[in-house]
Design a protein around this ligand. Structure first.
Ligand code: BG6
Length: 492
């Protein structure tokens, strides 16, 4: 069986605004939740910088890594001696023409990017959108069209205008649901005729405190209340989008790096099945339009007695049903293992002794991608879209800045081969594949620059020093060949 990819297959790259775009105080952009996150490392997690009314500075850890309670009276502050990677990121804001040209040179036909909510509505509550912000994304889409690439837009990638987190406690409030719908409507009005594929939220199953949801106190109840409100927000936007743009297709993105039982001991098998439900809770609700029967059990693991504790509006069940996703988008980086007695998690887990690891300890498991694609499709029976995959590695450029990244080629080749097998042999309908960070960008979890995913090297270090020069790596040429051969080189 050949690994040739389908004719209409979408292949390209994916980025998130606060890790890539920069221009944080340009073009009328407002401040967003991630802007207060410092850089970090696996040993020293990144954190927010906040001040209490008495002047004490507190440093809650990044919510993505480990949610900590943030007192209601804490105000985010920028400290002079701190580096905040989102402010400049790798400056796509000023390099978008060059970067899109590089993507086009590789043959990409799709580019997934997120829109910074605070670039469109500074504090999330203005009556009128920021014209300069609209213009920026308009220019980006025009540039894509120039090369025959289509946009895949993430409406909300783990962040929101800081005002909405502080004033309303983020998605804990239905007010923020309404503001999100208004924001999405604005995007549809301006870009709806030029964009077919949309993602309502990024990695919605990684629902942790202050970052993705904007909630202060990261109790189970707050997080799962916010998740419910996000389900409703997503469903409303899907419904609206279908009405305004009949051709449009909506997904949400789930972090579905998979998990195997640690042993074949029946207790470990059962525990793993239950652990996986941590993710299915999100995929099922949004993909099928109703909560799964084990919802109460999941909530109990988070200190909530059941769904009846979650405040719901009368029309919510119908909204969820009417606003089901058209496709299931997911990120896949690695696999983990689980055994009876392990702590429940929704991203992460324990190692798999059969796998090699990346320098950041992520188990490399291409077959796990094929396994995951099958699992999702068997369960939801809607097309899937792999919208993130890749290898964070330390690159060592030669004196001209050229990187021979055979390790990255090897990772991508094996994962794409497994994906092609899922499509061609297992007959899983897959709309496309966008690898993570085609041009080097800042890591989400550690805020480092040296954790690089790109096919193009960006000359910049962990503290933002460097020329920002873009230099194609060896993997750039490999990707070009892969796309030109429509996947045939995966057979070699
Ligand atoms: C996904 C996120 O979780 O993983 C991205 O959607 C993120 O924003 C990616 O960058 C890789 O994680 P990291 O921590 O290596 O940047």
């Amino acid at each position: 069986m050949t690994r040739e990819l389908p004719n209409d297959f979408l292949i390209g790259g994916a980025t998130a605004d606060f890790q890539y775009e920069g221009g944080f105080n340009e073009g009328g952009r407002g401040v967003s939740t991630h802007d207060y996150e410092t850089n970090g490392s696996p040993e020293h997690p990144r954190h927010h910088t906040m001040r209490l009314p008495d002047g004490t500075i507190i440093s809650p850890k990044s919510s993505f890594l480990d949610a900590e309670n943030v007192p209601k009276d804490a105000e985010p502050v920028f400290l002079k001696d701190q580096y905040y990677p989102s402010h400049k990121a790798v400056d796509f804001y000023h390099h978008y023409k060059e970067d899109i040209k590089l993507m086009a040179e590789m043959g990409f036909n799709v580019y997934r990017f997120s829109i910074a909510w605070s670039r469109i509505f500074q504090n999330g509550e203005e009556d009128q959108p920021n014209a300069e912000g609209i213009k920026f994304y308009d220019n980006v889409i025009s540039e894509l069209e120039k090369y025959g690439m289509q946009p895949l837009i993430t409406i909300c990638h783990d962040e929101l205008p800081i005002n909405l987190a502080l004033k309303y406690d983020g998605f804990n409030s239905r007010k923020v649901v309404d503001l999100y719908v208004k924001y999405a409507r604005t995007l549809f009005e301006h870009f709806g005729d030029r964009c077919k594929y949309w993602l309502t939220f990024n990695e919605i199953n990684a629902v942790r405190g202050f970052g993705p949801t904007g909630v202060h106190e990261s109790t189970g109840l707050n997080r799962y209340q916010a998740a419910h409100n996000m389900f409703v927000a997503s469903a409303k936007v899907v419904k609206l989008g279908h009405k305004m743009m009949p051709e449009s297709q909506f997904g949400a993105m789930f972090a579905l790096s998979t998990c195997y039982p640690r042993t074949c001991r029946p207790k470990d098998m059962l525990a793993t099945q239950q652990e996986l439900r941590e993710n299915w809770y999100f995929v099922d609700t949004m993909g099928r339009g109703y909560y799964p029967r084990f919802a109460d059990e999941i909530l109990q693991h988070h200190g909530v007695s059941g769904l009846d504790q979650i405040i719901m509006d009368k029309g919510d069940s119908k909204t969820l049903k009417d606003g089901q996703l058209d496709f299931i988008a997911f990120s896949y980086y690695r696999s983990n293992t689980f055994k009876d007695g392990d702590e429940w998690f929704n991203v992460g887990g324990s190692d798999n002794p059969y796998l090699e690891k990346t320098p950041w300890g992520w188990g490399v498991d291409p077959l796990g991608l094929r396994y995951t694609m099958n699992m999702i499709y068997d369960r939801i029976q809607k097309p899937i879209f792999i919208v993130e995959n890749g290898m964070g590695a330390i690159d060592r450029p030669n004196k001209d800045g050229y990187v021979e990244d055979d390790y990255r080629i090897d990772y991508l080749k094996k994962h794409l081969a497994a994906m092609a097998d899922a499509i061609n042999i297992d007959k899983v309908p897959c709309l496309g594949y966008t690898m993570w960070g085609p041009i080097d960008l800042v890591s989400l979890s550690t805020g480092e620059m040296k954790k690089r995913y790109g096919l193009v090297y960006v000359d910049m270090d962990d503290l933002g020093n460097g020329s920002l020069k873009r230099i194609p790596k060896k993997s750039f040429n490999w990707m070009k060949e892969l796309i030109a051969s429509q996947g045939k080189i995966l057979d070699e």
